[in-house]
Design a protein around this ligand. Structure first.
Ligand SMILES: Cc1cc2nc3c(=O)[nH]c(=O)nc-3n(C[C@H](O)[C@H](O)[C@H](O)COP(=O)(O)OP(=O)(O)OC[C@H]3O[C@@H](n4cnc5c(N)ncnc54)[C@H](O)[C@@H]3O)c2cc1C
Length: 418
């Protein structure tokens, strides 16, 4: 990254990371061109927000609009295979941030963000951005073909910064073969919108253990629930190759899904996603930066994707305002730290330790020391999960300490995700 002040930015990608960044950069007086390819289908995955997103909605001035079509999400409910469900009410433990979030139909949410980005004065081009490796400069990328011409026309020349917000297309990482860390799991997710799926706690996102894998239930409107099944690819053998056959086969075969889908009517096609634990080790380079899923994506279990995308956009906007190589390095380090924190949390869901920790926090089970300490632990575990303190020093320390030292016994095998 050079020391020249940044006056113009091209953003490839019209998801929450790209549109949030565009709107924020415009407020800083930076000229912005955003390439918006749009989505191949109306249905978009990633519908459950966490409370740390709510202040970002306020900053963008869109909370009222999101509230008008979103479902208020006051908490999250985890349903282990064996044992009692655990329901978190965000308001009970919230500190600096609001004690609620929203569930949103993503195509509408993304349209709200795109409108905010347009209103801010960004130029939105309804085309995919074409990028290539710069043959004359190692480690650089540039727009090519009609994309280069269209952006240069609007900006009066090449942009000072090119941002990859293309999501899991990972355009720049692929072009430059950037090193990346893959997660431990390679699950497949199948999801559809359905009517007739029960919701135990109004507005809560529900995560249920299945015989193999887990499922989410997200109420996205009064009569529509997003049902997603996350499972190892080998567990899909025997259910055919089509997403719809796999989804319906699993709903019929798994005891928990049988219960949940007894009165289910599917309202949408079934979409399938694979391999979503992946983070690049490099997030900025000469004349370019990555943001959102293009930088990395965590497993969806704790609904952290939109926070990572939009918080990352805010951090990148700050780096652009400062404009120094050190500011971009700080952005890169901060983002990697944020991803690492969520990855570690995700690991404790799959190995069951987070349930063990929550169980330990049950006042009914604790001895007197437990009764004294548990509310404190529970508050901080909750703040880590809402995004308020995911990278906060004390909450993280307490969470890690309790996970490593506070849990009795060899490990909760019945709470693990198979
Ligand atoms: C199974 C699953 C479940 C999930 N559940 C949740 C959840 O409940 N809550 C949550 O917060 N997150 C969830 N996520 C994650 C969340 O969906 C993503 O983290 C989030 O959408 C990332 O936003 P983004 O802007 O980085 O990328 P995207 O939302 O993927 O947006 C990228 C955009 O760029 C466009 N594009 C691609 N290439 C180009 C190009 N060359 N030129 C122009 N445009 C281009 C794409 O068409 C797309 O519109 C889930 C993810 C998965 C896989």
């Amino acid at each position: 990254m050079s020391r020249r002040p940044i006056r113009s930015v091209v953003i490839a990608g019209d998801g929450p990371a790209g549109t949030t960044l565009a709107a924020l950069l415009r407020r800083q007086g930076i000229r912005v061109v955003l390439f918006a390819r749009g989505r191949p289908t109306g249905l978009v995955v990633g519908e459950s927000l966490i409370p740390a997103v709510t202040p970002i909605l306020r900053t963008l001035g869109i909370e009222d609009e999101v509230r008008s079509y979103g479902v208020l999400k006051p908490g999250a409910t985890f349903v282990p295979r064996d044992g009692e469900p655990v329901a978190f009410r965000f308001a009970a433990t919230a500190g600096r941030i609001p004690g609620y979030a929203y569930n949103v139909p993503r195509e509408r949410f993304d349209a709200t963000l795109l409108a905010a980005c347009r209103d801010s004065g960004a130029h939105v081009l309804p085309d995919p951005a074409r990028l290539e490796r710069d043959p004359d400069a190692p480690g650089r990328v540039r727009l090519c073909g009609a994309s280069a011409v269209a952006a240069a026309d609007l900006l009066g020349g090449p942009a000072d910064l090119l941002v990859d917000a293309t999501g899991r297309a990972n355009t720049i990482a692929r072009l430059l073969d950037l090193p990346a860390d893959a997660g431990d799991r390679h699950d497949t997710a199948l999801f559809a919108h359905c009517a007739g799926i029960p919701i135990d706690h109004a507005g809560h996102v529900h995560m249920d253990h299945l015989r193999q894998g887990w499922c989410w239930r997200i109420p996205v409107s009064e009569d529509r629930v997003s049902l997603g099944i996350v499972i190892r690819p080998d567990a899909l053998a025997g259910f055919g190759r089509e997403a719809i056959a796999q989804f319906e086969g699993l709903c019929a075969a798994d005891p928990r899904l049988q219960q949940l889908t007894a009165r289910c009517r599917r309202l949408s096609p079934v979409l399938r996603y694979g391999n979503y634990q992946w983070t690049t080790r490099v997030g900025v380079g000469p004349g370019w930066a990555l943001v959102g899923d293009a930088f990395g994506f965590a497993d969806p279990i704790f609904s952290s994707g939109l926070l990572l995308a939009m918080d990352g956009a805010m951090a990148l906007a700050r780096a652009v305002r400062t404009g120094t190589p050190a500011a971009f390095r700080r952005y890169e380090v901060r983002t990697r730290r944020h991803h690492a924190a969520w990855r570690r949390l995700v690991g404790t869901y799959y190995d069951g330790r987070i349930f063990e920790l929550i169980r330990l926090g049950d006042p009914a089970e604790a001895n007197w020391i437990g009764r004294l300490v548990n509310p404190h632990v529970r508050k901080h575990v909750s703040r880590v999960l809402t995004g308020e303190a995911t990278t906060g020093r004390y909450s993280r320390w307490l969470f890690d300490f309790m996970i490593e030292r506070g849990l009795p016994g060899p490990g909760p095998s019945e709470l693990r995700i198979r």
